[in-house]
Design a protein around this ligand. Sequence first.
Ligand code: MTE
Ligand code: MO
Length: 362
Amino acid sequence: LDYSKEPPRHPCLQINAKEPFNAEPPRSLLVSSYVTPVDLFYKRNHGPIPIVDDLERMLPKYNVAATLQCAGNRRTAMSKTRKVKGVGWDVSALGNAVWGGAKLADVLELVGIPNLTSTTQSGGKHVEFVSIDKCKEENGGPYKASIPLSQATNPDADVLLAYEMNGETLNRDHGYPLRVVVPGIIGARSVKWIDSINIIAEECQGFFMQKDYKMFPPTVDWDNINWASRRPQMDFPVQSVICSLEDVNTIKPGKVKISGYAVSGGGRGIERVDVSIDGGKTWMEASRYQKTGIPYIADGINSDKWAWVLFEVTVDVTQSTEIVAKAVDIASNVQPEKVEDIWNLRGILNTSWHRVQVRVGH
Ligand code: MTE
Ligand code: MO
């Protein structure tokens, strides 16, 4: 039993047993206030004080800028060619935040699971995150997911147990008091409202790992699906979206500023964003920015490797047309041209070239 991490206590307390800590205030102090101050309240224990949710004091805080993107982002557009099952999303089922919290690798080290180095092997185990929320897909049980132990114990993977979002205490919607943020992979693995963390031999058997969020080929439909034949989706592919225009906006002929976001998974930064104003026949390169006002250096090291880049290009539009964006990540992965080629029955990972129809009017 480890009594080296006990909290500080008021010196007035009469200690009746030190380990486990059992103490009471002097009787004169006890009745000197109607409400007993916390410091003076008697303490009765049978073991060391457990370490719970005290990450803020126990471990260094890291701030990680990371884009969280739902695998279902742009699902509505995928459903247009052939119907898919799932909540419809336009292009904004993602966001970029600065997450503050403890590194999962540090937390695991604290409980005796060493950081991954090139010489250690993790033995193929997984780290499971279990929430306190209840959902019907789990028959009223909690939402859960897992990531490989090798990722969880790697400090460079920046997996956080986050208690802050953009410098403020995490709010209830986003997982208060504690959520996981796994940068670079689909949002579904960033479990909110963490209840427990388990080291398990196989990946988590929860619904959202095994019966959902898997990428199937276009040939698979609900009557021939075999869930076990595919792995749970983790990494996010390269993505880009035009946000300054909606389909069939009417614009005046002349200069138009086109802007949007681009992001890739696995810490792969964005190498290039190409924009076309003739439906993809010819392209021009957009400029990219990360932090506002700081030009993104194309050939430099990506400082915010988990975060999106914003892009912008001014074009001359003279007639009604289709404006297209596609991004290339630093591994030279390119977005697929047609949504049909990546159609899947759950409508996940729609990363096809983003197209916007504009009408030119006077
Ligand atoms: N965690 C819990 N406990 N319950 C959930 O329903 N949804 C997941 C993930 N974590 C979910 C969860 C999904 S699918 C996504 S995309 C992200 O949380 C969304 O995070 P946000 O609501 O903070 O944007
Ligand atoms: Mo999601």
